[in-house]
Write a new protein. Structure first.
Length: 457
């Protein structure tokens, strides 16, 4: 892929130029600085409206359907099924997301002096929406503040090594120095696994990493649920953690610290007696829909209403909605609680079980502490119960996999977990299956549970 080396400052090019621009298709990302540089340039072209970037899971189409001509970025998503799809996002949706984040940071004092914009340290792969938006926000900082280059580290980091405290400090300290030199607040984004490694380590290097992390004006954490103990530890140490909820379909995080960003509305569809329903997001940040491998489109989870709402730019626009796969509750003050994937709810003997509830019980169990390192609960088809609750676990070194079922079941029987929520079988695995940048892969976990010989049953 050939990309011009020029800066990503303001440009008069708009959506019409992007419509006729060829696809920018970077070589496969390998986490090297050179590979990251290629992606940074491509994302810069998206931000100036002079190019469109294809990161989809199948070859780019020669032409776009008429309703998708404004596509500027295509990213993969696995959704709740584990089957990769191509999400088509317009430049306007990406810009709306960036401006909503900036509006929040400007309003709450995080970055008032720079209108909510700042210097970004990229630590996530630029092949999924979270990593793309880190880089895109840095380009947007340059556009808004009139900088001659994106607000990113120079040189860009090499991310090929193992992520640990030493690696983080080596990348973060130079970035913080450059941010200070340019008079910008520093931001970064982590997945929960990265944050947990920094916060739970007991070495001197871990303590230093936590001290460095405290110097960031904001640390976004998303991509998967973050344990409450980890968040509490971060906040107790005055690390500026901002939890995010969002997806490729919403151009990244659209809910920060459980509250929707400016311009975003949330709705629980057909809530039950406890207020839990499928989450619907209305926002100017929504994708156009999905592109399919056969050249078609899919807009089934998206809808458009005649209701108008002020966008983050201050002009009125028809609000579009996206029906997510998540089961959620919305409090009277607007705070969002995501309970889990609606499709992941286990129906066993006529009773509903949220797998996250069982996982939290395992995590909280004193009997299992230092024995079970992580868990993933799924429903497996059962002729008698409809579905039975099963769990995949990773065990501490020296633990006997054959005792996994008895160990977990005994521990949960001594807790307040109802009997129908206790896993019937527990499978010890070397690592839990994951998708993308860290999301747990429940579809693969379900297949593993169905195919594995029960351990200690």
């Amino acid at each position: 892929m050939t990309l011009p080396p020029g800066p990503s400052g303001p440009s008069g090019a708009g959506a019409s130029a992007a419509r006729t621009a060829p696809w920018l298709i970077p070589p496969t990302y390998d986490a090297s600085a050179a590979s990251l540089t290629t992606h940074v340039r491509a994302i810069g072209e998206v931000m100036t409206g002079t190019g469109r970037l294809w990161l989809g899971p199948f070859p780019a189409p020669a032409a776009l359907p008429s309703d998708f001509e404004d596509t500027a970025l295509v990213v993969p998503t696995s959704g709740s099924t584990g089957t990769a799809k191509a999400v088509a996002l317009s430049r306007a949706a990406l810009r709306a997301s960036q401006e909503a984040t900036a509006a929040l940071f400007a309003a709450d004092g995080t970055a008032t002096g720079t209108r909510g914009h700042g210097f970004w340290l990229p630590l996530l792969p630029p092949t999924h929406i979270a990593g793309v938006q880190v880089i895109a926000r840095a380009h947007r900082t340059a556009q808004v503040l009139g900088l001659d280059s994106p607000a990113l580290p120079d040189p860009l980091p090499d991310l090929r090594g193992h992520f640990d405290a030493d690696a983080f400090v080596a990348l973060a300290e130079p970035a913080l120095a450059q941010a200070e030199q340019r008079g910008l607040p520093a931001f970064t984004s982590l997945v929960p696994t990265q944050l947990t490694r920094i916060l739970t380590g007991a070495t001197g290097a871990d303590a230093r990493a936590r001290s460095v992390l405290k110097r960031f004006a904001g640390v976004l954490v998303g991509g998967a649920a973050t344990g409450p103990e980890v968040l509490a530890a971060a906040r107790a140490q005055r690390i500026a953690i901002r939890t995010t909820y969002g997806s490729s379909e919403t151009a990244g995080g659209c809910v920060y610290d459980r509250f929707p960003l400016p311009g975003v509305r949330l709705h629980a569809q057909s809530p039950d007696a406890e207020g839990a329903g499928r989450l619907v997001v209305s926002s100017p940040t929504l994708a156009l829909g999905y592109l399919t491998a056969d050249g078609g489109i899919d807009t089934s989870p998206f809808s458009q209403t005649s209701q108008t709402s002020e966008t983050v730019q201050g002009s009125e626009a028809i609000m579009r909605s996206f029906t997510t796969s998540d089961l959620a509750q919305i409090a009277e003050d607007g705070a969002l609680t995501v309970l889990g994937r609606a499709d992941d709810v286990i129906n066993t003997g006529g009773r509903k079980v949220l797998p996250q509830d069982v996982e939290r019980a395992i995590d909280r169990s004193l009997m299992l502490r230092d024995l079970v390192l992580s868990s993933l609960v799924v429903g497996v088809e059962d002729p008698e119960w409809g579905q039975r609750v099963e769990a995949l676990v990773t065990l501490a070194e020296g633990s006997d996999p054959e005792e996994a079922t008895a160990l977990v079941r005994s521990a949960l029987r001594t807790s307040d977990v109802p009997a129908h929520m206790i896993p019937k079988r527990v499978h010890a695995v070397e690592q839990l299956p994951r998708l993308g940048i860290g999301k747990l892969d429940r579809a693969t976990a379900r297949r593993l549970a169905e195919g594995q010989r029960p351990t200690g049953d």
